[in-house]
Design a protein around this ligand. Structure first.
Ligand code: HEC
Ligand code: HEC
Length: 278
Protein backbone atom coordinates (compact mmCIF):
# COMPACT_ATOMS: atom_id res chain seq x y z
CA UNK A 1 0.00 0.00 0.00
CA UNK A 2 0.98 3.59 -0.12
CA UNK A 3 3.48 4.19 2.60
CA UNK A 4 3.70 7.88 2.44
CA UNK A 5 4.59 10.69 4.74
CA UNK A 6 3.48 12.82 1.86
CA UNK A 7 0.90 15.34 2.97
CA UNK A 8 -1.40 14.83 0.00
CA UNK A 9 -1.87 11.25 1.01
CA UNK A 10 -1.92 11.93 4.72
CA UNK A 11 -5.05 14.03 4.20
CA UNK A 12 -7.10 11.13 2.89
CA UNK A 13 -8.78 10.23 6.14
CA UNK A 14 -12.27 9.41 4.87
CA UNK A 15 -10.76 6.49 3.04
CA UNK A 16 -9.50 4.95 6.22
CA UNK A 17 -12.00 2.13 6.01
CA UNK A 18 -11.17 1.04 2.53
CA UNK A 19 -7.49 1.47 3.28
CA UNK A 20 -7.80 -0.76 6.26
CA UNK A 21 -9.36 -3.46 4.13
CA UNK A 22 -6.61 -2.90 1.61
CA UNK A 23 -3.84 -3.27 4.15
CA UNK A 24 -5.33 -6.39 5.64
CA UNK A 25 -5.45 -7.85 2.17
CA UNK A 26 -1.90 -6.82 1.44
CA UNK A 27 -0.66 -8.41 4.63
CA UNK A 28 -2.39 -11.59 3.57
CA UNK A 29 -0.92 -11.31 0.12
CA UNK A 30 2.64 -10.75 1.31
CA UNK A 31 2.18 -13.85 3.40
CA UNK A 32 1.52 -15.95 0.34
CA UNK A 33 4.32 -14.19 -1.51
CA UNK A 34 6.69 -15.92 0.84
CA UNK A 35 5.52 -19.14 -0.73
CA UNK A 36 6.71 -17.77 -4.07
CA UNK A 37 3.28 -17.11 -5.49
CA UNK A 38 3.03 -14.47 -8.15
CA UNK A 39 -0.18 -12.54 -8.71
CA UNK A 40 -0.93 -10.95 -12.03
CA UNK A 41 -1.70 -7.28 -12.62
CA UNK A 42 -5.45 -7.69 -12.22
CA UNK A 43 -5.10 -9.45 -8.87
CA UNK A 44 -2.57 -6.99 -7.53
CA UNK A 45 -4.84 -4.14 -8.59
CA UNK A 46 -7.60 -5.68 -6.50
CA UNK A 47 -5.32 -6.19 -3.53
CA UNK A 48 -3.35 -2.95 -3.55
CA UNK A 49 -5.13 -0.26 -5.54
CA UNK A 50 -8.82 -0.94 -5.64
CA UNK A 51 -9.43 0.30 -2.09
CA UNK A 52 -8.99 3.82 -3.40
CA UNK A 53 -9.49 3.51 -7.15
CA UNK A 54 -12.53 1.20 -7.00
CA UNK A 55 -13.08 -2.05 -8.79
CA UNK A 56 -14.29 -0.38 -11.97
CA UNK A 57 -11.64 2.38 -11.85
CA UNK A 58 -14.23 5.04 -11.12
CA UNK A 59 -12.29 6.52 -8.20
CA UNK A 60 -13.93 9.03 -5.89
CA UNK A 61 -15.14 12.29 -7.43
CA UNK A 62 -12.98 15.24 -6.42
CA UNK A 63 -10.63 12.98 -4.53
CA UNK A 64 -9.33 10.04 -6.51
CA UNK A 65 -9.20 10.60 -10.28
CA UNK A 66 -11.23 8.31 -12.52
CA UNK A 67 -8.95 5.84 -14.28
CA UNK A 68 -11.82 4.61 -16.43
CA UNK A 69 -11.91 6.33 -19.83
CA UNK A 70 -9.09 8.69 -18.84
CA UNK A 71 -5.87 7.17 -17.65
CA UNK A 72 -4.34 6.19 -20.99
CA UNK A 73 -4.57 9.74 -22.33
CA UNK A 74 -1.42 10.47 -20.33
CA UNK A 75 0.49 7.97 -22.47
CA UNK A 76 0.26 10.35 -25.44
CA UNK A 77 3.30 12.24 -24.11
CA UNK A 78 6.46 10.82 -22.49
CA UNK A 79 6.01 13.02 -19.42
CA UNK A 80 2.57 11.55 -18.94
CA UNK A 81 3.98 8.05 -19.07
CA UNK A 82 6.44 8.99 -16.33
CA UNK A 83 3.61 10.60 -14.36
CA UNK A 84 1.71 7.30 -14.08
CA UNK A 85 4.87 5.63 -12.77
CA UNK A 86 5.62 8.43 -10.30
CA UNK A 87 2.26 9.06 -8.63
CA UNK A 88 2.64 8.02 -4.98
CA UNK A 89 0.22 5.11 -5.46
CA UNK A 90 2.59 3.53 -7.97
CA UNK A 91 6.02 4.75 -6.86
CA UNK A 92 5.57 3.99 -3.17
CA UNK A 93 3.72 0.73 -3.49
CA UNK A 94 5.50 -2.17 -1.82
CA UNK A 95 4.92 -4.37 -4.85
CA UNK A 96 8.02 -5.40 -6.79
CA UNK A 97 9.09 -3.51 -9.91
CA UNK A 98 7.73 -6.26 -12.13
CA UNK A 99 4.42 -6.33 -10.29
CA UNK A 100 4.06 -2.56 -10.46
CA UNK A 101 4.73 -2.64 -14.19
CA UNK A 102 2.07 -5.35 -14.57
CA UNK A 103 -0.47 -3.41 -12.54
CA UNK A 104 0.06 -0.31 -14.65
CA UNK A 105 -0.25 -2.31 -17.86
CA UNK A 106 -3.46 -3.81 -16.51
CA UNK A 107 -4.81 -0.37 -15.60
CA UNK A 108 -4.10 1.34 -18.91
CA UNK A 109 -5.39 -1.60 -20.96
CA UNK A 110 -8.48 -2.55 -19.07
CA UNK A 111 -9.76 0.84 -17.88
CA UNK A 112 -8.94 2.95 -20.90
CA UNK A 113 -8.02 0.78 -23.87
CA UNK A 114 -9.61 3.34 -26.18
CA UNK A 115 -6.92 5.93 -25.50
CA UNK A 116 -4.03 3.49 -25.57
CA UNK A 117 -1.59 4.76 -28.23
CA UNK A 118 -1.27 2.35 -31.16
CA UNK A 119 2.47 2.10 -30.55
CA UNK A 120 2.18 1.59 -26.78
CA UNK A 121 5.16 -0.28 -25.32
CA UNK A 122 4.17 -1.96 -22.07
CA UNK A 123 5.70 -0.66 -18.87
CA UNK A 124 8.64 -2.79 -17.80
CA UNK A 125 10.37 -3.46 -14.49
CA UNK A 126 13.50 -1.34 -15.12
CA UNK A 127 11.34 1.67 -15.86
CA UNK A 128 9.47 1.29 -12.59
CA UNK A 129 12.73 0.66 -10.72
CA UNK A 130 14.00 4.01 -11.85
CA UNK A 131 11.18 5.86 -10.05
CA UNK A 132 10.95 3.59 -7.05
CA UNK A 133 10.11 5.71 -3.97
CA UNK A 134 10.71 8.80 -6.07
CA UNK A 135 7.09 9.84 -5.88
CA UNK A 136 5.92 13.24 -7.04
CA UNK A 137 5.47 15.46 -4.03
CA UNK A 138 2.60 17.44 -5.58
CA UNK A 139 0.95 15.05 -8.01
CA UNK A 140 -2.19 17.13 -8.43
CA UNK A 141 -0.25 20.15 -9.68
CA UNK A 142 1.78 18.05 -12.09
CA UNK A 143 -1.41 16.38 -13.22
CA UNK A 144 -3.11 19.72 -13.92
CA UNK A 145 -0.09 20.86 -15.88
CA UNK A 146 -0.04 17.65 -17.94
CA UNK A 147 -3.75 17.91 -18.66
CA UNK A 148 -3.17 21.45 -19.91
CA UNK A 149 -0.30 20.25 -22.10
CA UNK A 150 -2.41 17.43 -23.52
CA UNK A 151 -5.23 19.84 -24.28
CA UNK A 152 -2.97 22.31 -26.00
CA UNK A 153 -1.19 19.66 -28.08
CA UNK A 154 -4.56 18.32 -29.14
CA UNK A 155 -5.88 21.70 -30.18
CA UNK A 156 -2.71 22.57 -32.09
CA UNK A 157 -2.55 19.23 -33.89
CA UNK A 158 -6.18 19.70 -34.91
CA UNK A 159 -5.15 23.15 -36.17
CA UNK A 160 -7.88 24.60 -34.01
CA UNK A 161 -7.51 28.17 -32.80
CA UNK A 162 -5.31 28.16 -29.73
CA UNK A 163 -7.61 27.31 -26.90
CA UNK A 164 -7.42 28.43 -23.32
CA UNK A 165 -4.14 26.99 -22.22
CA UNK A 166 -3.66 25.82 -18.70
CA UNK A 167 -7.25 26.37 -17.63
CA UNK A 168 -7.07 23.56 -15.15
CA UNK A 169 -3.59 24.37 -13.93
CA UNK A 170 -2.94 26.89 -11.23
CA UNK A 171 -2.13 29.46 -13.83
CA UNK A 172 -1.69 33.19 -13.53
CA UNK A 173 -4.51 35.31 -14.83
CA UNK A 174 -2.53 36.67 -17.73
CA UNK A 175 -3.87 36.19 -21.19
CA UNK A 176 -3.91 37.96 -24.49
CA UNK A 177 -1.13 40.31 -25.57
CA UNK A 178 1.42 40.43 -22.79
CA UNK A 179 1.33 43.53 -20.70
CA UNK A 180 4.71 45.24 -21.04
CA UNK A 181 6.16 43.61 -17.93
CA UNK A 182 3.89 40.61 -17.34
CA UNK A 183 4.42 37.05 -18.49
CA UNK A 184 3.22 36.01 -21.95
CA UNK A 185 0.17 33.76 -22.05
CA UNK A 186 2.41 30.85 -23.04
CA UNK A 187 4.12 31.13 -19.66
CA UNK A 188 0.95 30.04 -17.84
CA UNK A 189 1.95 26.39 -18.02
CA UNK A 190 5.42 27.14 -16.67
CA UNK A 191 3.92 29.10 -13.78
CA UNK A 192 2.13 25.97 -12.59
CA UNK A 193 5.54 24.74 -11.48
CA UNK A 194 7.88 27.76 -11.33
CA UNK A 195 7.95 30.95 -9.28
CA UNK A 196 9.63 34.02 -10.76
CA UNK A 197 9.97 36.70 -8.10
CA UNK A 198 13.28 37.24 -6.31
CA UNK A 199 11.84 35.93 -3.05
CA UNK A 200 9.64 33.18 -4.54
CA UNK A 201 9.96 29.80 -2.85
CA UNK A 202 10.71 26.91 -5.19
CA UNK A 203 7.60 25.06 -6.33
CA UNK A 204 7.58 21.81 -8.25
CA UNK A 205 10.39 23.38 -10.22
CA UNK A 206 13.15 25.80 -9.18
CA UNK A 207 12.65 29.55 -8.94
CA UNK A 208 13.41 31.14 -12.33
CA UNK A 209 14.33 34.62 -11.14
CA UNK A 210 17.67 35.52 -12.77
CA UNK A 211 17.83 32.20 -14.62
CA UNK A 212 19.49 33.71 -17.70
CA UNK A 213 23.23 33.62 -17.03
CA UNK A 214 22.85 31.09 -14.22
CA UNK A 215 24.44 27.62 -14.23
CA UNK A 216 21.90 24.84 -14.58
CA UNK A 217 20.90 23.11 -11.38
CA UNK A 218 22.06 25.78 -8.96
CA UNK A 219 19.00 27.67 -7.65
CA UNK A 220 19.02 27.74 -3.87
CA UNK A 221 16.68 25.47 -1.96
CA UNK A 222 15.69 23.21 -4.84
CA UNK A 223 16.52 19.55 -5.04
CA UNK A 224 17.47 18.91 -8.67
CA UNK A 225 17.78 15.65 -10.55
CA UNK A 226 21.34 14.31 -10.85
CA UNK A 227 20.97 14.92 -14.59
CA UNK A 228 20.35 18.63 -14.14
CA UNK A 229 23.01 19.05 -11.46
CA UNK A 230 25.60 17.47 -13.75
CA UNK A 231 24.39 19.14 -16.94
CA UNK A 232 27.20 21.76 -17.10
CA UNK A 233 25.00 24.20 -18.95
CA UNK A 234 24.86 27.95 -18.52
CA UNK A 235 21.38 29.23 -19.33
CA UNK A 236 21.51 31.60 -22.29
CA UNK A 237 18.93 32.42 -24.97
CA UNK A 238 20.42 29.62 -27.01
CA UNK A 239 20.56 26.88 -24.38
CA UNK A 240 17.11 27.84 -23.10
CA UNK A 241 15.75 27.64 -26.62
CA UNK A 242 17.12 24.11 -26.95
CA UNK A 243 15.91 23.01 -23.54
CA UNK A 244 12.41 24.41 -24.00
CA UNK A 245 12.12 22.81 -27.43
CA UNK A 246 12.73 19.38 -25.96
CA UNK A 247 13.63 19.20 -22.26
CA UNK A 248 14.29 15.46 -22.38
CA UNK A 249 16.60 15.68 -25.39
CA UNK A 250 18.65 18.57 -24.04
CA UNK A 251 19.02 17.13 -20.53
CA UNK A 252 18.26 13.40 -20.68
CA UNK A 253 16.83 12.14 -17.41
CA UNK A 254 15.88 15.54 -16.06
CA UNK A 255 12.74 15.82 -13.93
CA UNK A 256 10.83 18.58 -15.68
CA UNK A 257 7.50 17.10 -16.71
CA UNK A 258 7.06 19.31 -19.70
CA UNK A 259 6.87 18.15 -23.30
CA UNK A 260 8.43 21.26 -24.73
CA UNK A 261 7.07 24.25 -26.59
CA UNK A 262 7.11 23.46 -30.32
CA UNK A 263 6.32 26.99 -31.52
CA UNK A 264 9.49 29.13 -31.99
CA UNK A 265 7.49 32.35 -31.53
CA UNK A 266 6.12 31.19 -28.20
CA UNK A 267 9.58 30.10 -27.10
CA UNK A 268 10.94 33.48 -28.03
CA UNK A 269 8.34 35.32 -25.96
CA UNK A 270 8.97 33.00 -23.01
CA UNK A 271 12.74 33.57 -23.25
CA UNK A 272 12.25 37.36 -23.57
CA UNK A 273 10.27 37.16 -20.39
CA UNK A 274 12.87 34.99 -18.59
CA UNK A 275 15.51 37.53 -19.58
CA UNK A 276 13.47 40.31 -17.98
CA UNK A 277 13.48 38.51 -14.61
CA UNK A 278 16.43 40.28 -13.02
C1 HEC B 1 -4.60 5.85 -0.66
C2 HEC B 1 -5.40 5.79 -1.85
C3 HEC B 1 -4.73 5.25 -3.10
C4 HEC B 1 -4.20 3.99 -3.30
C5 HEC B 1 -4.18 2.82 -2.35
C6 HEC B 1 -3.71 4.00 -4.65
N1 HEC B 1 -3.91 5.22 -5.23
FE1 HEC B 1 -3.44 5.72 -7.13
N2 HEC B 1 -4.09 7.61 -6.81
C7 HEC B 1 -4.60 8.09 -5.64
C8 HEC B 1 -4.79 9.52 -5.76
C9 HEC B 1 -5.34 10.45 -4.70
C10 HEC B 1 -4.38 9.88 -7.06
C11 HEC B 1 -4.31 11.28 -7.67
C12 HEC B 1 -2.86 11.73 -7.64
C13 HEC B 1 -2.39 11.91 -6.23
O1 HEC B 1 -2.80 12.88 -5.57
O2 HEC B 1 -1.61 11.04 -5.77
C14 HEC B 1 -3.97 8.65 -7.70
C15 HEC B 1 -3.55 8.60 -8.99
C16 HEC B 1 -3.12 7.45 -9.62
C17 HEC B 1 -2.79 7.36 -11.00
C18 HEC B 1 -2.86 8.50 -12.01
C19 HEC B 1 -4.29 8.67 -12.48
C20 HEC B 1 -4.66 10.08 -12.86
O3 HEC B 1 -5.65 10.24 -13.59
O4 HEC B 1 -4.03 11.04 -12.41
C21 HEC B 1 -2.36 6.08 -11.23
C22 HEC B 1 -1.89 5.49 -12.53
C23 HEC B 1 -2.45 5.39 -9.98
N3 HEC B 1 -2.93 6.25 -9.01
C24 HEC B 1 -2.06 4.07 -9.78
C25 HEC B 1 -2.18 3.40 -8.60
C26 HEC B 1 -1.76 2.04 -8.42
C27 HEC B 1 -1.09 1.20 -9.48
C28 HEC B 1 -2.07 1.70 -7.15
C29 HEC B 1 -1.85 0.36 -6.47
C30 HEC B 1 -0.55 -0.24 -6.57
C31 HEC B 1 -2.66 2.86 -6.53
N4 HEC B 1 -2.71 3.88 -7.42
C32 HEC B 1 -3.10 2.90 -5.23
C33 HEC B 1 -4.89 7.34 -4.51
C34 HEC B 1 -4.51 6.02 -4.32
C1 HEC C 1 5.16 20.14 -14.39
C2 HEC C 1 6.10 21.07 -13.82
C3 HEC C 1 6.94 21.94 -14.77
C4 HEC C 1 6.51 22.66 -15.85
C5 HEC C 1 5.12 22.72 -16.45
C6 HEC C 1 7.66 23.40 -16.32
N1 HEC C 1 8.73 23.11 -15.54
FE1 HEC C 1 10.61 23.86 -15.78
N2 HEC C 1 11.30 22.60 -14.34
C7 HEC C 1 10.53 21.74 -13.60
C8 HEC C 1 11.38 20.92 -12.75
C9 HEC C 1 10.92 19.85 -11.78
C10 HEC C 1 12.69 21.34 -13.02
C11 HEC C 1 13.96 20.75 -12.42
C12 HEC C 1 14.43 19.65 -13.36
C13 HEC C 1 15.50 18.76 -12.79
O1 HEC C 1 15.97 18.95 -11.64
O2 HEC C 1 15.87 17.81 -13.51
C14 HEC C 1 12.61 22.40 -14.03
C15 HEC C 1 13.70 23.08 -14.55
C16 HEC C 1 13.63 24.17 -15.40
C17 HEC C 1 14.75 24.99 -15.81
C18 HEC C 1 16.18 24.82 -15.37
C19 HEC C 1 16.36 25.75 -14.18
C20 HEC C 1 17.67 25.64 -13.45
O3 HEC C 1 17.73 26.23 -12.35
O4 HEC C 1 18.60 24.99 -13.92
C21 HEC C 1 14.24 25.97 -16.62
C22 HEC C 1 15.02 27.08 -17.31
C23 HEC C 1 12.81 25.74 -16.74
N3 HEC C 1 12.48 24.64 -15.98
C24 HEC C 1 11.95 26.53 -17.47
C25 HEC C 1 10.62 26.21 -17.70
C26 HEC C 1 9.75 26.95 -18.60
C27 HEC C 1 10.13 28.22 -19.34
C28 HEC C 1 8.55 26.29 -18.62
C29 HEC C 1 7.33 26.57 -19.46
C30 HEC C 1 7.54 26.67 -20.89
C31 HEC C 1 8.65 25.17 -17.68
N4 HEC C 1 9.92 25.16 -17.16
C32 HEC C 1 7.64 24.28 -17.39
C33 HEC C 1 9.15 21.65 -13.63
C34 HEC C 1 8.34 22.21 -14.60
Amino acid sequence: MVKSSNSSHARRRPLATSLLIGSVLSVLSSGSHAAGEHYDGAMNYRLHCEGCHQQDGSGQPGYIPELRGNVSRFLAIPEGRVYLARVPGTAQSLLSDTERAEVLNYIVRSFDGDHLPADFTPYHAEELARWRYDALSQPSVVRASLVAQLESSRSSSAAAPAKVRGTSATSPTTSGPAAASGPPASFAICAACHTVTSDGAPGIGPNLHGVVGRHAGTAAGFSYSPAMKDAKITWSRETLNEYLTSPGAKVPGNYMMFVGEPDPEQRKSIIDYLESLR
